[in-house]
Ligand binder design. Sequence first.
Ligand code: MG
Length: 438
Amino acid sequence: MSLFGTSGIRGKVEENITPELAQKIGIAIGNYVNNLVCVGRDTRSSGEMLSKALISGINSSGVDVINLGIVPTPIIGFSTRKSESEMGIIITASHNPAQYNGIKIWNSDGSALNRKQEKELEKIIEDYNLSNWKNIGNVSKRSYTRDYIDSVVKEIDLNNNYDVVIDSGNATGFISSYVHRELGNHVLTLNSDPAKEFSRGLEPNENNLTELSNVVKETDADIGIAHDGDSDRIGVIDSDGEFVQYDVLLALISNYVSNKEVVSTVDASMILDQYLDVPVFRTKVGDVAVAHSIKERTADFGGEPSGTWIFPEWQLTPDGIYAGAKVVEMIDKLLDLSVLKEKVPEFFTVRKKIECPNEKKAEVQKEIESLVLERFNFDDLVTVDGVRVESEDFWVLFRPSGTEPYFRITLESESKDKVDEIKRKSEEVVKDALKSIK
Ligand code: MG
């Protein structure tokens, strides 16, 4: 049974993310570990139901659970280490809409499970043991949130105070407002009621953050910070009320944090290589691959152009809340973001997604590979993750989304005309590939 995508298990609650599935995964986890795991969830209405089923599965295989209740992903990583649990599990669908949910699993060191471990769990789901009646696991409620906030505040060094607007979309990111208040910043919150429904698209991108941008402008704030559903990601508005492009922000924070090596993904911009003094190692898309490359290479920072960043000296779990505090520290130590971003070289980057049913993705990718050979002039073709075409003056990546029914196109060039030309050709390639597959 194949369950895991690039970022854990995810789907629609009415369709494939059911209590039965959560319970099976719970049983598999209980068979995989020996004693203790942490479980938490984001603010979705299906969260409690799924978490009860998951916990019952874990307990039925004789393993104890610390129930953390509603927490962001970074606090799952933190609590797992603090409680010396063998795994941390969060019920979340990250940036997907409210009708979605999913399960993401973390190791005791805060890194996400690797593919091998996921396969082992999938195997146990087919063949497991339940505990006898005397050894059924129990559940305790505990919170490490206070400890987490104190620890972030201790790590961040500010000489001045800033006017910060936090937009958590009514999800788990409200923790950021506590962190910034305790750092001495003046905080204004937006969409900060986790009991309400999500108030905007949860992906912290330019389209979804227009309200935050307006509030930053109207209140003359220094910065706006937004998160996705489980707050492993960050999106930032500068003091001019402008969204700071993901690739630019990734280059700035990498430069600020890293003295050794940065890990990023095949869809990240060339800006990184041009702007940084340290080497950039590229891995497959997804924070799981980034975390494992960081561990393997002992790199000192890793980030994806989706605003998912890992600070390994802090923790191996992507942490949007720590990331937001670190961006404010960068402003404090260097310059305002609106000034800093002007120093980053400009490229034209396009990210597009085209609908593609999950079951067609593999065939579409094969077809894209052959169409690309016919239609593009290029120097290099890389198929580590999707199809990446590289030439002297552009690159383009065709890659099926691991979490949604889309095929993604990412492309970049220093020339606007080139970008327009490659964009048109690339969209045609995906559409023709889709048409050719019945
Ligand atoms: Mg997320």
